[in-house]
Design a protein around this ligand. Structure first.
Ligand SMILES: CC(=O)N[C@H]1[C@@H](OP(=O)(O)OP(=O)(O)OC[C@H]2O[C@@H](n3ccc(=O)[nH]c3=O)[C@H](O)[C@@H]2O)O[C@H](CO)[C@@H](O)[C@@H]1O
Ligand SMILES: C=C(OP(=O)(O)O)C(=O)O
Length: 422
């Protein structure tokens, strides 16, 4: 059992190195499996548990994968895929497992999905994925736990997503990339990670246009080839470090080429946080005490990212006044509220809305991470709390943040990652 121990009170100062994006590298590993010859190289890979699971899953279907941790580089040789089964014991541990389906379909004619994991955030449907595969000509057999997708070749079609699903868009692009003819995906996701995946697929030889417009056109090609690609920076990791500077009254230089925090930056600015771009570096500083309260409504890009809603709830608990949070993407993403309240916060949840009454002093105690982002939000709370905060299960935090304790300690935080019995 991994847990994080945080002693609050230190302002974070220095240079924070932002990792590569979890939600870009996972589909890229799936994309590398589309390639029948040669070795794909991914750089700026975050060394997180989800990447380790993706490596295990790629190996389970027959790929040869080298994870060079110090170099943050993955080398993937998918020339000998030999199993269409995504085994439950690995696939159920992370959401990104769903991104392996298109490669198995194209390479082996079928994908047997024994389960898909990911954060427990309420309903996390996959109907857009399966409806899309069906429209491209696949047969989808949805059993109680196992899903079997079969196709002896896909054919382009017009596809529509009811809402712009992130992994749904990536999967349908990958399925269409090697289908016969033209596919149009309407209401496609606009997230920068999706665009980074499109960039990589384009280098691989895919013919994709309209990324970032909501209407994507894919002209199928015969084969894709192996490339080297550098994963974009993780805007969620960057957002967390910006918030750590904000709530500890510190100053951080965020290093990660081309970082754009978008609406998260503007919301933090409204709360009293100062941002200054200095070339490739984004400086974040917060002298204002207390912070001003904030209203946020989560949305697909370019709206406020749902994955930063929990960390923002922690910042709101430290702001002077009433903050309002409306979660519009997931129907069960407020598990943090009860844990924050154990630390002295005053958060009231009513369906998809939360009211945060601040500023209440936070006290360290033993708390539970119910998912990745509530976990990192509790680390943030611990940095600002009086005394010691113990957060379990740290594995959930490690799913998405690389070397968190080391990176935060280098900035002055008092935080340790511990492995306990049981
Ligand atoms: C590995 C990865 O990239 N994970 C991200 C991805 O998850 P993921 O791709 O799973 O999220 P989606 O965008 O697909 O889901 C958003 C919402 O759409 C619904 N939906 C989705 C697909 C579908 O077929 N039917 C359906 O109803 C879901 O139940 C959910 O309520 O985007 C989320 C929303 O930005 C982020 O929180 C996750 O970090
Ligand atoms: C919801 C998340 O991840 P996943 O989709 O991998 O569960 C997340 O990163 O906050």
């Amino acid at each position: 059992m991994v847990r994080y121990r945080v002693r609050g009170g230190n302002a974070l100062r220095g240079t924070a190195f932002i990792q590569g994006a979890k939600n870009a590298v996972l589909p890229m590993i799936g994309a590398a499996l589309l390639v029948p010859k040669g070795r794909t190289v991914l750089r700026n890979v975050p060394i997180i548990e989800d990447v380790r699971r993706a490596v295990e899953l790629a190996e389970a279907v027959g790929a040869h994968v080298e994870l060079h941790e110090a170099e943050r580089t993955l080398v993937i040789d998918a020339s000998r895929l030999d199993s269409a089964v995504l085994p439950a014991e690995i696939a159920r541990r992370f959401r990104g497992s769903v991104l392996f389906t298109p490669a198995l379909l194209h390479r082996l004619g079928e994908a047997i999905v024994e389960g898909v994991g990911g954060c427990n955030l309420g309903s996390r449907n996959l109907d857009f994925h399966y409806l899309g595969y069906k429209r491209l000509g696949a047969v989808v057999d949805e059993g109680e736990t196992v899903i079997h997708v079969k196709a002896s070749g896909l054919t382009g079609a017009t596809l529509y997503l009811d809402t712009p699903s992130h992994t749904g868009t990536e999967n349908l692009i990958m399925a269409a990339a090697l289908a016969k003819g033209t596919t149009v995906i309407e209401n496609a996701a606009l997230e920068p990670e999706v665009l980074d995946v499109i960039d990589m697929l384009t280098k691989m030889g895919a013919r994709i246009s309209g990324g970032g417009t909501g209407f994507i056109t894919v002209e199928g090609v015969e084969e894709l080839h192996a490339v080297e690609h550098t994963v974009m920076p993780d805007r969620l990791d960057a957002g967390v470090f910006a918030m750590a500077a904000a709530l500890t009254g510190g100053e951080l230089s965020l290093v990660g080429t081309g970082l754009d925090l978008g609406v998260v930056r503007y919301k933090l600015e409204q709360m009293g946080v100062d941002f200054a771009r200095q070339g490739a570096v984004l400086n974040v500083r917060c002298d204002r005490r207390p912070l001003r309260p904030i209203n946020i409504i989560t949305d697909t890009y370019p709206g406020f990212a749902t994955d930063l809603q929990s960390p923002m709830m922690t910042v709101a608990a430290l702001a002077d006044g009433i903050s309002y949070i409306h979660e519009r993407i997931f129907d069960g993403r407020f598990a943090l509220a009860g844990e924050l309240n154990k630390m002295g916060a005053d958060v009231e949840v009513d369906g998809s809305r939360a009211i945060v009454r601040g500023a209440t002093p936070l006290r360290g105690t033993r708390v539970t991470a119910h998912d990745l982002r509530s976990g990192i939000a509790l680390v943030l709370a611990g940095l600002a709390a009086e005394g010691e905060t113990l957060i379990e299960s740290g594995y959930l935090i490690d799913r998405g943040h690389a070397h968190l304790a080391e990176r935060m300690r280098a900035l002055g935080a008092d935080i340790t990652r511990e492995i306990s019995e049981g």
